[in-house]
Design a protein around this ligand. Structure first.
Ligand SMILES: C[S@@+](CC[C@H](N)C(=O)[O-])C[C@H]1O[C@@H](n2cnc3c(N)ncnc32)[C@H](O)[C@@H]1O
Length: 233
C-alpha cells in the first residue's frame, strides 16, 4: 500500500480506499495472468485500481467507467506512466461493446452494486465477455448478514434512495446464482473495512465529510464490505 500513497488524494479517491479493497481481493485470490491477458476493470472511477492492476499483474487493463470520461482517465494513465498497459473506455456496464471471450479476469471495486444487483445480470452481461477459466473479483459495500433485507429501513437517512443497493452476502449469492460455466463462488465479509473508511475520511473530500457523521450510528453497525470471487470452468 505504501508505494501507492502518493496517488491517493481528494482528486483520485471516490469513496473508501479502493486500493485496500483491491489488495485484499488480490491477496486472497491471486489471479494467474500473463502479459497477453486483458483484465476488465469495471467501474474503475479515476483509475486507481487500474494502476494497481498494471503494477501487481503482468496483464493489460481495460478501464471502463460511466461517470469519468475516457479522455480524463487516458490523461491520468499517461501521467502515471501506464499508458501502454491501460486503455480507458467510457461505457455503461449494462451495454458494453467488447468482443466476446476477451477477458481473462474481471475486477470491480466499489462499483458493481450500482449496476449488477438483479438476477441474470452476470449471466447475460458479464459471462459472454469472459474466457473459460476466467477469475472475477468484486468488492462492494453491503449489509452485514444479520441485517439482510433491511437496507432501506436502516440506511435511508444516510443513503436516501440509493439504500436499496446495499445487499447482504446471501442476497448477492442469490443474485449471482448458478450457471453451467461457473465453477465456484466465494463470498466473504472483508477485513479492510476500518482502514478503507479511515483513508476516505482523511481525504476530507466533501462526500467523506458528509459520510462521517453516519459512521458510528449506521455505517459501522449495519454495513460491511463484501468480497466476491467467481471462478469460471
Ligand atoms: C464509488 S465510485 C468507485 C470508483 C472506483 N472503482 C473506486 O473505487 O475508486 C463508483 C463508480 O461506479 C461507476 N458506475 C456506476 N454505474 C455504472 C455503470 N452503469 N457502468 C459503468 N460504471 C458505472 C461510476 O462511474 C463510478 O466511477
Amino acid at each position: 500500500m505504501k508505494e501507492y500513497q502518493k496517488y491517493l488524494s481528494v482528486e483520485t479517491l471516490m469513496g473508501p480506499n479502493s486500493l485496500r479493497l483491491l489488495e485484499e481481493l488480490l491477496s486472497r485470490f491471486p489471479p494467474v495472468l500473463s502479459k497477453d491477458d486483458i483484465v476488465l476493470d469495471l467501474g474503475c472511477g479515476k483509475g486507481l485500481t487500474t494502476l494497481a492492476i498494471t503494477r501487481e499483474t503482468p496483464a493489460k487493463a481495460y478501464a471502463c467507467d460511466l461517470w469519468i470520461t475516457a479522455e480524463e482517465n487516458t490523461q491520468r494513465f499517461a501521467q502515471w506512466g501506464i499508458g501502454d498497459r491501460a486503455v480507458a473506455f467510457h461505457e455503461d456496464a449494462n451495454d458494453l461493446h467488447f468482443s466476446k471471450h476477451l477477458f481473462q479476469a474481471l475486477i470491480s471495486v466499489d462499483a458493481y452494486h450500482y449496476f449488477a444487483g438483479t438476477r441474470g445480470f452476470f449471466d447475460k452481461k458479464m459471462l459472454p465477455l469472459l474466457k473459460d477459466g476466467a477469475e472475477i473479483l468484486i468488492a462492494i459495500p453491503g449489509m452485514k448478514a444479520a441485517y439482510t433485507g433491511q437496507a432501506e429501513a436502516l440506511l435511508s437517512d444516510w443513503l436516501g434512495n440509493d439504500a436499496y443497493m446495499f445487499k447482504s452476502m446471501t442476497e448477492w449469492r442469490d443474485i449471482i446464482g448458478t450457471h453451467e460455466r461457473i465453477d465456484r463462488v466465494d463470498i466473504w465479509e472483508m477485513d479492510c473495512f476500518e482502514s478503507a473508511w479511515n483513508d476516505w475520511f482523511s481525504t476530507e473530500h466533501e462526500f467523506a465529510l458528509s459520510d462521517k457523521p453516519f459512521f458510528e450510528t449506521l455505517i459501522r453497525p449495519y454495513t460491511c464490505f463484501i468480497g466476491i470471487r467467481i471462478r469460471l470452468k
